[in-house]
Design a protein around this ligand. Structure first.
Ligand code: CS2
Length: 496
């Protein structure tokens, strides 16, 4: 068989040495590393965040290279396999810095390479399985797994050929138990409060449907630490691809980009060894509950507020929305006056300084972070980002007027996208399109129809105070055109 000819115009191990001096490259010999982590969901966020921490670590400890597994599409595998898993990270500070990341040693596409994925999951050298599959990837119900979700229904019927993340995790654990191999730790790195705890409940409930003995073993043996992840990572685009390839002098089919800032806080609960994460700047803590809550509520909630209200105002990016003084003023008040007061006090954590830093990050002019990207999956994001704060504010007798504006903004946004024939990207898209079509602009009817989305609003929809304030916000947003939104923001600025 002829040896394949390596493409010298493509980023790969073979072309690494040809890169210009200003581009950072792995500070270790990749061939000497071994795979210790399976990661589900190697999208831009994972590759710009966790994989970079592991890239720092591999110089110190070669046992923690990553096998990256896509659960659905083959895009990442097809882009990165010819590159030996290498790709470029562009750090968008005052000056753009490029760094080639080498921690991903293998890329698999689960539906096409089942056996290889299972072999990795069962491999005793793999001691950690991490996930960034977005909120919807977990198929969660309020207190476990959504047994009616089509992927879960499929996996319960064919547990050895799973399609869901929960199904893969459990099948991997089943193999390990059968072979007498110690289990891996399962580390969720998605923007969900108590991500580890929620994934644990989902996995246990799913496993129990299949095999009570396996469920008991998982319950007793497997750790599901919680984590908080943070780094603003706009989707990759052609401009980035062209810029990076031009600077490298070789083509990179799928570079990623992010702000220079990154944070990763992990609950120190691993049963089968762990990477020395602290050496790469990860904060390991006994209880991380305060961190994940603060980040979801003070960064992600205002992000979503900017996404819906900014889109209604026909703005395109976060930085652009932050240059609109009424909008910037609104989210700042939302953060300082409505969200921060509900957060539990944390030793060493100054909420107002945290808000200052986040506002500066949102203003970063080097980042083109599309509001449309953040607007995706609103039905999954609003409950974790905003609705919890609203429920707690109601309990504590704090006002919820401002907090309801972005929720009403989401409803107007859905209505407007549907009217314009723009696709809604959301696991509840079908229901949202039906709702959007049925909207007449009547606040009582429209809001009531949205509130019937039980997975989104849950018990809040039965709280008359919430319904009243939300309706008022929706009524004030009126036609949802930029003038109406600007008027609501101006009123809010005048309010106490
Ligand atoms: C954003 C997040 O897309 C979104 O919904 O709010 O991805 C955000 O940029 C990250 O959580 C920042 O860490």
């Amino acid at each position: 068989m002829a040896t394949p000819v390596r493409d010298t115009r493509r980023l790969s191990d073979a072309t690494l040495a040809l890169l210009p001096a200003g581009v950072a490259v792995p500070a270790y010999e990749r061939a000497r590393t071994s795979i210790g982590i399976v990661h589900f969901g190697p999208g831009a966020f994972h590759r710009a965040h966790q994989a970079v921490y592991m890239d720092d670590l591999l110089a110190d400890d070669p046992d923690w290279a990553i096998c990256a597994v896509s659960l659905h599409s083959a895009g990442v595998r097809d882009a990165l396999r010819p590159q030996d898993g290498l790709y470029t990270l562009a750090l968008l500070g005052e000056r753009e810095r490029l760094r080639v990341v080498g921690s991903i040693r293998e890329v698999l596409c689960a539906p096409q390479e089942r056996e290889a994925v299972l072999a990795r999951l069962a491999d005793p050298q793999v001691r950690l399985v991490t996930l960034t599959i977005t909120e919807k990837g977990y198929c969660l119900s309020t207190d476990g797994v959504d047994l009616a979700h089509p992927d879960i229904v499929h996996d319960l019927a064919s547990p050895h050929a799973p399609v869901s993340a929960v199904g893969w995790l459990v099948e991997g654990l089943r193999l390990r138990r059968a072979r007498g191999t110690a289990p891996y730790t399962v580390l969720s790195c998605d923007n969900l409060a108590n991500n580890g705890g929620r994934l644990r409940r989902a996995v246990l409930q799913y496993a129990r449907q299949l095999d009570a003995g396996l469920a008991d073993w998982i319950e007793g043996e497997v750790a599901f630490p919680r984590s908080m992840v943070d780094s603003i990572t706009p989707a990759s685009d052609d401009a980035l691809r062209e810029r990076v390839s031009a600077r490298l002098g070789v083509e990179d089919a799928w570079p990623v980009q992010r702000e220079p800032y990154a944070q990763w806080v992990v609950e120190d609960d691993f049963r089968n060894g762990r990477p020395p994460l602290e050496r790469a700047g990860v904060v390991l803590a006994g209880d991380i509950a305060g961190y994940d809550r603060a980040k979801l509520r003070l960064l992600n909630a205002p992000h979503s507020a900017l996404a819906y209200l900014g889109s209604l105002m026909e703005l395109e990016t976060v930085a652009e929305a932050m240059r609109e003084p009424r909008l910037a003023g609104f989210v700042e008040r939302l953060m300082r006056q409505d969200i921060a007061p509900g957060l539990p006090a944390l030793v060493g954590f100054d909420p107002q300084a945290y808000v200052d830093a986040i506002l500066a990050r949102f203003r970063n002019p080097a980042i083109r972070h599309l509001l449309a990207q953040i607007a995706w999956d609103g039905s999954q994001k609003l409950p974790v980002r905003l609705l919890g704060t609203i429920a707690e504010a109601l309990d504590a007798g704090r006002p919820i007027g401002r907090l309801c504006v972005p929720v009403a903004g989401w409803m107007c946004f859905v209505r407007r996208q549907v009217a314009r024939g723009v696709a809604i990207v959301d696991p509840l898209a079908d229901a949202l399109v039906r709702l959007g079509r049925a909207c007449t602009g009547d606040p009582v009817r429209d809001v009531e129809a949205f509130l019937r989305l039980d997975p989104v609003f849950g018990a809040l929809s039965g709280d008359p105070r919430f319904v009243h304030v939300l309706r008022a916000a929706y009524a004030r947003l009126g036609d949802g055109l930029p003038g109406a939104v600007a008027a609501v923001l101006a009123d809010e600025a005048a309010a106490p």
